[in-house]
Design a protein around this ligand. Structure first.
Ligand code: ATP
Ligand code: MG
Length: 878
């Protein structure tokens, strides 16, 4: 069975059991402060388990792109070394939201594995939660009884809290789970030792393939467990491991999921998979990592220097490094795997094939820059190595290893490897200490804590009314006291609110919530999962809050300015497509009351003319005063057929909100707020155009009041210029002729300087003092520049044999010194201009240096000049 068929069979099976099949959520987690990347199938349904919102069906199944490289689940360091953990993998899952429970879930998983996939029954083991006295959670008798009837007691293993009890977080839904393990060893090995003993023992061929989680409790902040009113099922099966089992392989990488990529990379490197340990590890690392990188970029997460972007950058660098060290790649290679990968996932995760070129270009650029980093790091390491050897030392200290990694992106294990090759080692303890110190620093920065939610009323649904209302009577549903960077804050949820929560690039509203007569300020509004959370810093909140009605009012002036910028973003995106081409796709945006920022795919700088055209079109659309057409419930297929573009990496429901300004000009899927008609914007002005990443440009622009302010500032600058130049008829001409005049004068001065220099030279030639065989010229002179002083010294050297010359001058208020010594004197008398000048420079509070025959110095104390010159005599006067 091919992997494509295996995936399809899973979805077909659960569809036949009444499940709704839904698409995978993007790899990059949105609106969840606790998660950077989706790391399990349930992540996109978290809200339903928390009781916020209702699922589209009580039974759902899908395949979810997961990434386990940060936070609670981090498998990165194992990937490539073992054969069954990936960074990105597909998790097949089925869910029951308050519908079926253990009996059906376990029976179906058995049916699918043994009847449909025909996996051998005598190679399967299952686990059941043994209970935990300290936690007050009982043994899972129910699961035990169900499995006993299906597989018999001898195939059941009891599991502890670590392996068999699942919790969403420190608080929230939790419950026992039951894992399914499979023994894939050869028959003769099985004969020697029972698979049962190898379950959960990190054996590469006795692996967990499926986990069934039964959510039946809620963990409270005080640690106690409360039974959930409706119970849920959440299952996750590793697709690549399943393929290994069904295809009779002993490694995920031997399945058709990975073999194509491995072959491609091996061919490029001129290697063969399966012959050498480090070659194989590297091929696995690369075949794995390219998937994580490509899908993260396709889902909108570009590699960058912080947060999720940095995680992706590190994965990419890990792949490049293994290729560099073990496969001999000196040129970028990862990007060339993208076409094969996108073909493999065509029809499964279409986001890759439709952005193939973009993804490959981003990867290529990252590879190039990291290969440069690697080379720079190697140079630095060379230097460290040479220094150490010179001092007879053999250990690179921990701080240096840390710095190489942290500042130069140079991986620790590569440092260790190169050290070994040079007969050195690294101070691992010291490195760990430095790393730990940094972790402490960042933990301090991010430390937060939260108390339990205080619930004032049960509601089915939170309503956002802020498209139509700006002041609303509502009531508090629940609130939570938290400690974060802002200090103590209250997170407040209302049953109905006009406050727009930050999303789609638009900032959250500010405003007030009034309790009785007292208005309390709302400092920000954010989405957390599906809740609209109002942030309040005012401590009076706690004494005012009750279940009485409150009045929620947004800061309308601020909202209106934000609307101007949001609508302008739409108008500008359409204009960019007209001017630059249809490849322009949104890659990020920020809209607030001051500015709009828009990132989009485009591979060159946007020229001044193109910027002018975009401004022209947008302002034209503003003058046309096009009315807003807002539709709140358009089926997604209809919206896209009307030309609205769905953003990659964004999750949409079946019905979407469509914002249109002239159906032939701008149609977008958008949840944000907008002006009633474009005329409200008044004026649109682009202020910067820059690059943010390979293939991604950023434009910042301002509108209405802000745009007008900028024009006024520019006018003021022109006014000042006009006044300075005494109001000429033509300002540009006036400045141009001023520059011309300045250049002509500069030339004239140059001629005068030269004449003066020659005169000075003649004068000095008459002042030669002899000290034995030495001809000394030791004088303060008048010259216009340090260069002129140097020229003078050289010309004297050309004219006078056996010269010892010390010159000083005051140039633009600062002392300047030069020492020139004939080559034969340097050789015979041991005179050294570089050493002498350092002594002289002390007199003028300065420093300098040079060669034995010529040196210069500058200083800060002109009053010492005469003394410095006097001192110059002492070197020949002896
Ligand atoms: P393991 O102990 O093997 O790391 P897990 O306990 O972390 O697995 P779960 O969180 O229960 O796994 O995830 C459900 C299923 O997803 C697992 O049974 C396994 O098949 C699969 N899985 C988990 N982590 C990975 C990974 N890094 N790569 C591939 N598949 C994975
Ligand atoms: Mg794990």
């Amino acid at each position: 069975m091919t992997s494509r068929e295996i995936r399809k069979q899973f979805l077909d099976f659960f569809e036949s059991k009444g499940h709704l099949i839904v698409p995978s959520a993007p790899l990059v987690a949105k609106n969840d402060p606790t998660l950077m990347f989706n790391n399990s199938g349930m992540a996109q349904f978290k809200d339903f388990f928390l009781g916020n919102g209702t699922p589209p069906s009580k039974r759902i199944a899908d395949t979810q792109k997961c990434l386990r490289v940060s936070g609670k689940h981090n498998d990165l360091e194992d990937v490539g070394f073992d054969t069954y953990h990936h960074t990105m993998f597909e998790m097949l899952g089925n869910w029951s939201f308050g519908d079926y429970f253990k009996k059906e879930a376990l029976a179906w998983s058995w049916e699918l594995l043994t009847e449909i996939y025909k996996l051998p029954k005598d190679r399967i083991y299952v686990s059941v939660f043994q209970g935990d006295e300290k936690d007050g959670v009982p043994f899972d008798q129910e699961a035990w009884d169900i499995w006993k009837a299906i597989v018999g007691e001898e195939r059941i293993i009891l599991g502890n809290k670590k392996d068999n009890f699942w919790e969403m977080g420190e608080t929230g839904p939790c419950g026992p789970c039951s894992e399914i393990h499979i023994d894939l060893r050869d028959a003769d090995e099985v004969a020697l030792k029972s698979g049962k003993e190898l379950v959960n023992a990190d054996h590469p061929q006795v692996v967990e393939i499926w986990n069934n989680v039964f959510m039946q409790f809620e963990r409270m902040a005080d640690g106690s467990l409360v039974p959930l009113p409706s119970k849920h099922v959440d299952t996750g099966m590793g697709f690549e491991r399943l393929c290994m089992a069904i295809q009779g392989k002993q490694s995920n990488y031997d399945t058709d999921v990975f073999q194509g990529t491995i072959k491609l990379i091996a061919d490029k490197a001129g290697k063969v998979y399966g012959q050498d340990k480090w070659t194989d590890i590297s091929l696995r690392v690369i075949a794995d990592h390219i998937r994580a990188i490509a899908f993260a970029i396709a889902d909108g997460q570009l590699p960058s220097n912080n947060k999720a972007g940095y995680v992706i950058r590190r994965i990419l660098r890990r792949a490049v490094r293994y290729g560099y060290t073990y496969l001999g790649f000196r040129e970028p290679f990862l990007h060339s795997i993208v076409p094969l990968l996108s073909e493999q996932f065509d029809g499964v995760f279409p986001e890759l094939i439709s952005q193939q070129d973009f993804v490959a270009k981003v990867i290529l650029e990252e590879e190039n820059s990291f290969l440069r980093t690697l080379e720079n790091g190697l140079k630095l390491l060379d230097k460290i190595t040479v220094d150490l050897k010179a001092n007879n030392q053999t250990v690179i200290n921990g701080e240096q290893v840390f710095e190489l990694n942290d500042t130069f992106g140079f991986p620790v294990d590569l440092t260790a490897l190169i050290a070994r090759e040079n007969g050195l080692s690294i101070d691992e303890e010291g490195y760990k200490a430095a790393l730990q110190a940094q972790k402490e620093r960042s933990r301090k920065d991010a430390s937060t804590s939260a108390e339990d939610w205080v619930i004032l009323q049960e509601v089915d649904k939170i309503e956002f009314v802020g498209y139509d209302e700006f002041e609303t009577v509502s009531s508090v549903v629940k609130y939570q006291k938290v400690q974060n960077k802002q200090g103590t804050q209250y997170k407040v949820v209302l049953d109905k609110t006009p406050f727009y929560a930050e999303s789609g690039g638009q900032v959250g509203d500010k405003g007030t919530i009034s309790f009785g007569g007292v208005a309390i300020e709302v400092v920000d509004t954010k989405k957390e999962n599906d809740l609209i959370v109002h942030f309040i810093s005012d401590k009076r909140f706690e004494s005012l809050v009750s279940d009485e009605p409150v009045k929620a009012s947004i800061d309308l002036a601020r909202r209106k300015l934000t609307n101007n910028n949001h609508t302008s973003t739409h108008l500008m995106q359409a204009a960019l497509k007209q001017v630059l081409g249809s490849h322009v796709n949104q890659k990020g945006s920020l809209v607030n009351n001051e500015i709009l920022r828009f990132d989009f795919s485009h591979f060159q700088k946007v020229t001044d003319e193109e910027i002018a055209q975009v401004e022209e079109i947008v302002n034209q659309k503003i003058r046309e005063n096009i009315p807003l057409v807002e539709e709140r419930n358009v089926p997604i297929a209809e919206a896209t057929s009307r030309g609205a573009m769905a953003l990659f990496g964004e999750k949409y429901g079946d019905f979407v909100r469509v914002i249109t300004f002239d159906k032939n000009y701008s149609v977008e899927l958008c949840g944000g707020t907008h002006v009633p008609a474009t005329g409200n914007i008044g004026l649109f002005k682009i202020i910067t155009e820059t690059s943010v990443a390979t293939g991604v440009r950023r434009i910042e622009a301002v509108t209405s009041e802000k745009a007008f302010e900028i024009l006024r500032e520019q006018e003021a600058i022109l006014d000042q210029l006009n006044q300075l130049l005494k109001a000429p008829k033509d300002l540009v001409k006036a400045v141009a002729s001023l520059l011309e005049e300045k250049n002509a004068l500069a030339k004239k001065i140059e001629v005068f300087e030269q004449e003066k220099l020659q005169a000075t030279k003649e004068r000095l030639l008459n002042k030669i003092v002899s000290y034995g065989s030495i001809n000394a010229i030791i004088e303060v002179v008048e010259v216009g520049s340090a260069d002129a002083l140097k020229q003078l010294a050289y010309e004297l050297k050309a004219k006078v044999g056996d010269l010892y010359c010390v010159l000083g001058a005051e140039i633009a208020g600062k002392p300047q010194l030069a020492v020139m010594i004939a080559d034969n004197l340097v050789a015979e008398k041991g005179l050294n201009a570089g050493q002498i000048i350092r002594e002289l420079a002390k007199e003028v509070k300065g420093g300098g240096g040079g060669q034995p025959f010529f040196a210069t110095a500058g200083g800060s104390d002109v009053s010492g000049l005469a003394k410095a010159i006097e001192k110059g005599k002492t070197f020949v006067n002896a």
